[in-house]
Ligand binder design. Sequence first.
Ligand SMILES: Cc1cc2nc3c(=O)[nH]c(=O)nc-3n(C[C@H](O)[C@H](O)[C@H](O)COP(=O)(O)OP(=O)(O)OC[C@H]3O[C@@H](n4cnc5c(N)ncnc54)[C@H](O)[C@@H]3O)c2cc1C
Length: 410
Amino acid sequence: MAAPRDVIVIGAGPAGSATAARLHRLGVRDVLVLERAQLPRDKPCGGGLTGRCRAALDALGLQLAVPAIAAQRVLIRFGAYERSVDLPRPVDVVRRLDFDASLVAQVRSLGIPVATGARVVRLAVAQEAVTLHLASGDELRARVVIGADGAGSIVRKHLRGATRAVPLRLFMQELAAPARREDLLFDFTPMLAGVRGYAWAFPVAGGRVNVGVLHSPPAPRTSPQLLGALRVTLAREGIELPARGVQGWLAWGFEPRAPVAAPRLLTVGDAAGIDALTGEGIAVALEHAQIAATAAARALADGDFRFAGYRAALARAPVGRELALDRWLAAQVYAAGAGWQRWLRRLLFDRDFAELYAARIAGTGSLAAAWRALARAYLRDRLDSSARRLRFAQACAGFGVEVGKRGFAP
Ligand SMILES: Cc1cc2nc3c(=O)[nH]c(=O)nc-3n(C[C@H](O)[C@H](O)[C@H](O)COP(=O)(O)OP(=O)(O)OC[C@H]3O[C@@H](n4cnc5c(N)ncnc54)[C@H](O)[C@@H]3O)c2cc1C
């Protein structure tokens, strides 16, 4: 039997490409990337590369080498309420078909093989190596396997067994823009229709617009309900959502306590979980990949393949701290009961919070590092709650809901 490879990365999305590139930088040369699709392949996505992406790409030695629209402003909307926030650094909006293909080309140019049409259907972990069974019938072995295989990850399933979890649901479509759009619209109005999330409209190169909706698990909603809420939201922008062509996808919100590794196995990117508040996962994948590659390189050097400290390393890193904080915020803002109204009010009406979040999106700051400002924003809301309740009710006026003292429950 042939000797196992050092590392096999499953998946050639941003997480897989970034992990392979980082392993190369760390001097690990015996790496193979397996991708089930033929490349280039598309991926339903808003394509928003937050400010942290640039820094993460630099750290990985990768370039942003595809057309991108640099959005300088965020427009936050809820019913009649709107706030425009300048971003300290722009967010680049790309098309995933181009972006992912460009990352793969850069990985290949380092001499790292990327095998396409190579779908892993089963894995078996033994003392010395992991055996991967491919749909073609081939078997491959590696000392470390990194699951960068997205939301449907086979490695994630192996780690979690029969654990029950409910995913985030997202829908997106790229359309012709009725008017030039320069900002990133985050519209929380669909929450008045029972959605637990937001609708977006991002400018895309070529005078187009990327639109979509994110819905968080606690409140069950059917696809027609989610698309109906998106349609109404977009109509305000003069954008007509066609009856067909909207792509739906699932994602797992990051859970700080859930398993992300086991002996000889690591997960990264969507396979490990994405930002539960915003659904952002590209910067997360690029930053997370650096931690995964470091863990794999260390295991190959010292022969300890248990990966016992991987989850803690992720939790300590800026990306892990942000994911944990956003998970907590998502649990408040997207709660099934009426409590979401209090939290949405806190997030919407506080200038400090809006600026902190803008800094976070731009990659110039992090929420976890600004906990004092967050605490101040929270206290201000407690002191000012009746005025903010009134603003909330005013924002909802004309949107088909009556907001009483205790809010309302759609
Ligand atoms: C509608 C929508 C909008 C989004 N908008 C944004 C946004 O604006 N900004 C942002 O930062 N994030 C956004 N995200 C999240 C972002 O798309 C993901 O976080 C990102 O794609 C994660 O990259 P990844 O490499 O982990 O997974 P993926 O990009 O899903 O790549 C996984 C790869 O693994 C391959 N694969 C899977 N299974 C196997 C197998 N068994 N064998 C071999 N190969 C396999 C797949 O073919 C795929 O190429 C959005 C997500 C959705 C669904």
